[in-house]
Design a protein around this ligand. Structure first.
Ligand SMILES: Cc1ncc(COP(=O)(O)O)c(C=O)c1O
Length: 379
């Protein structure tokens, strides 16, 4: 029997938004407050300091902007670049595609380096472009660390090595939306100029906050960047930072308290332990997929993602049917296949506030499902 909502609690296994810890929900369950009172700047000061730890930066300047990952992208681009600037960007799945679309709509000249969906960014092409660019016409490299549509993680250390090898000054802009706070991420060590994420991913908060960190070089670039920016202008934030009031416009008070608790939980577990937990859960999921007789969309081990696994289904079925039935019958949410891989894959998110027991019931669900539907033959 199908239901509009299946019985029981919703079992959320999309790769963001993710489950919110009870402690965070409770911390956010409060009245609005005057953000010009002494309390909010005091809270904000601790958040700005502590957020740097999840980016692994000491020299970066953080911005907590009321937006989503898409707005964080726009802030990274418009604060550092000018229309007509040449950038290199990698197309490997739906989210890198959307970022490229934004880059083109903002009138940058984008060298798109495309790979098959399921593969990582082609860094050999990057190396040859950088080697050839003696005149330094390339102003920025834009890369999605973890492509959430295909479960592919790119090697950021190699990008830095290539830039350093050719002493190329291009800015290094990184989408860490489905990686920061879950995968190994080292802003300072990898010389990243702008790194960004969204609150609804590994931080396990509601949607609505874009977290961005800018290197000193990125802040310097704002002085010459001519892109039009208003809402996302970092300089408006910097002015208020100097005054110690922090907010150029109204922040979500509830999200600020939620972020405080989310960070406390992460530090209590230990950031490195959080990252190790993601590694463990991801490996278990890959083994489970193999045991179900299904394939991982990610084509090589070096690109395996520890936050999302895209599972390829047999060619005779539509993967969205699995997602639909899981939701209707079991109140279980899996990620749909997007764009080029629509109907071909479904996605399991294993990031944020998640443990072994939760994942185990999802594995059991798959076994039941495969049994009921005769390994999809009866779908
Ligand atoms: C890697 C990546 N970048 C960017 C985005 C866009 O973020 P948002 O939907 O918060 O705007 C997403 C969303 O899932 C994502 O996974």
């Amino acid at each position: 029997m199908d239901y509009v909502y299946g019985p029981g609690r919703n079992h959320l296994f999309v790769p963001g938004p993710v489950n919110i810890p009870e402690q965070v929900t409770r911390a956010m369950n409060r009245n609005n407050e005057d953000y010009r009172s002494p309390a909010i700047p005091a809270l904000t000061k601790t958040l700005l300091e502590d957020v740097k730890k999840i980016f692994k930066t000491t020299s970066g300047t953080p911005f907590l902007i009321p937006t989503t990952g898409t707005g964080a992208w726009e802030s990274a681009l418009t604060n550092t670049l000018s229309p007509g600037d040449r950038i290199v960007s990698f197309l490997i799945g739906q989210f890198s595609l959307l970022w490229i679309d934004q880059q083109q709509r903002l009138n940058f000249k984008v060298d798109v380096v495309e790979s098959d969906w399921g593969q990582g960014a082609n860094l050999e092409v990057l190396a040859s472009k950088i080697a050839e660019d003696k005149a330094h016409t390339i102003k920025a490299i834009c890369i999605v660390h973890n492509e959430t549509a295909t479960g592919v993680t790119n090697n950021l250390a190699t990008v830095r090595k290539i830039l350093d090898h050719y002493q190329h000054p291009a800015l290094f802009l990184v989408d860490g939306v489905s990686s920061i706070c879950a995968l190994d991420f080292r802003m300072d060590e990898w010389g990243i100029d702008v790194a960004l994420t969204g609150s609804q991913k590994a931080l396990s908060l509601p949607t609505g906050m874009g977290l961005i960190c800018a290197s000193p070089k990125a802040l310097e670039a704002t002085k010459t960047a001519k892109s039009v920016r208003v809402f996302f202008d970092w300089n408006d934030y910097l002015k208020f930072y100097k005054m110690g009031t922090y907010w150029p416009y109204t922040p979500s008070i509830q999200l600020l308290y939620g972020l405080r608790t989310a960070l406390d939980l992460i530090f209590e577990e230990g950031l490195d332990n959080v990252i190790a937990r993601h590694g463990r859960l991801a490996k278990a999921t890959r083994l489970a997929v193999e045991a179900w007789g299904l394939k991982n969309c990610t084509q090589k081990e070096e690109w395996f993602s520890d936050t999302v696994t895209a599972v390829v289904v047999p060619p005779y079925i539509d993967s969205s049917e699995i997602v639909k039935r899981a939701w209707k019958r079991y109140n279980l949410s899996l990620g749909l296949g997007l764009n080029k891989v629509a109907g071909k894959v479904f996605r399991i998110g294993h990031l944020g506030n998640l443990n072994e027991v939760q994942l185990l019931y999802m594995y059991v669900f798959m076994l039941v499902f495969l049994n009921i539907y005769g390994h999809f033959a009866r779908l």
